[in-house]
Design a protein around this ligand. Structure first.
Ligand code: HEM
Length: 81
């Protein structure tokens, strides 16, 4: 799917994909929403001290890894600015 055709989701739609309320687990990073449902490292929406269902762009600087970790995952939408 090209960038233009990606659906846009609001922050409250993203928040429902926190690994608790719906089966999907999503996280936003730099305007893109990634589906990390298949990750064993985001079980129930939790990843170390972080929760899915939100924009974690600013939090990545505190991580022991870079944004390359997203390469395994599909961008499924854009976060409503
Ligand atoms: C205290 C903060 C964090 C710790 C200790 C942590 C630790 C880890 C570790 C050990 C991995 C395994 C693979 C690797 O190192 O490359 C990983 C993967 C990953 N992390 Fe983090 N992380 C943190 C924060 C974050 C944040 C803020 C995000 C999102 C912006 C994030 C997104 C991911 C993703 C998407 C993966 C790949 C999961 C997979 O391949 O199944 N992490 N993290």
């Amino acid at each position: 799917m090209s960038e233009k055709q990606l659906p846009t989701y609001s922050r409250s739609q993203l928040a429902l994909r926190n690994g608790q309320d719906k089966p999907q687990i999503w996280i936003a990073y730099r305007g893109h929403i990634y589906d990390v449902t298949k990750s064993r490292l985001w079980l129930r929406g939790m990843h170390y001290e972080h929760w899915a269902g939100q924009d974690l762009t600013d939090e990545l600087q505190g991580a022991p890894h870079g944004e390359d970790v997203f390469s395994r995952f599909n961008v499924i939408g854009k976060l409503q600015p």
